[in-house]
Write a protein that binds this ligand. Sequence first.
Ligand code: SF4
Length: 384
Amino acid sequence: MQALTRPTTDTPYAPPIDWKVLSPSYDPWDPIRSLQRFGRHELTSVELTVTHLCNMRCEHCAVGDSLTTSEAPHLPLDLLFRRLDEVEHLETISMTGGEPTFRMETVRDIMLPVLKYARARGIRTQLNSNVTLDFERYELIAPYLDVMHISFNYTQAEDFHQVGFARTGRNVRPETTSKLYERMIDNSQRLAKGGLFVSAESMINYRTHDKIADIHRLIIEMGCRRHEVHPMYPSSFASGLPAISREQMFQAVTTLLDIRDPEVWMLFGTLPFFACSENEEERSLVRRLKEETNVTVRNDPDGRNRVNVNLFSGDVYVTDFASVPSFGNIRSEKLDDIFAKWRVHPMQQAVNCHCPSAGCCGPNLLVSDMYYRDVDFTQRRAFP
Ligand code: SF4
């Protein structure tokens, strides 16, 4: 059991003061940590899908196809807690949707108990939210949460309208979405001011790659402690969107490194650039990313140290890669056992490389599928 010493100051959402601070040198979501510790991938991270409802329909949404307008009852929480108790090396829990806070019942009856459970066990938590709803629901959970993770891909309300509501299937007026945009910024600022670690994620895609510097500046103004950046891979719901070239991606990452606020943690993920690349320019970018202060490249947790549990069906997924079906169900199996099945799966084995000198444990399935179909990563090594 961890101490639950709470800060009593004007930062009511700060984590207990005796907890290790999340930082570039302590990122419990990165699967490289458990790989280094145990010598193989272990399950340390569980993601819960707590809703399929959402007030937005972002064009790039990874789960856009599964969003609904009504939903079934959740599985009993005691079943979930029993399954979480059994995970031997559990370090983090994330909650995602849809918009997890869409219904107040989900906030009160599911998320709050899960967050309190995690706090009592010393487990770090993250909520993926668009923070566009009333502050009251975020205020309720913020004292128990470690990371509020938001998506931010905009330079103005008009971008937000185009990205977030183009696929709602109904006519949403710009005046309405502009209010949501303002509220999202206001909520983020209030949460950050209250001591919560707010992390904003941007995608590098056809809309953002040449505006990424302005997006970064806005994120800093919102008080975010971290800017997380991933390339967008057009798959599933987003498969109709234009892809950008690797050169454009390379340029956007370089621009960010050039203009970033050096005080703010920049976390890159799912980049298609590796220390084993034949291309010297890409290798020098990888080197630069490694050397810069407050910059990290997180190995992708999906299929490495994390599974996703659907809290309605109990189905467990090891990756959001579309062609990998559910690997088991928490109604009948332990999470560590389900994960063990995935560890030996040929799809996982195909990208199961590890170069300790580069702090890298291989590409995720989407990256390898998109750019490296003929490459056997298990035969590659990081250049010295
Ligand atoms: S771990 Fe894999 S992807 Fe990373 S540098 Fe080594 S061979 Fe390349």
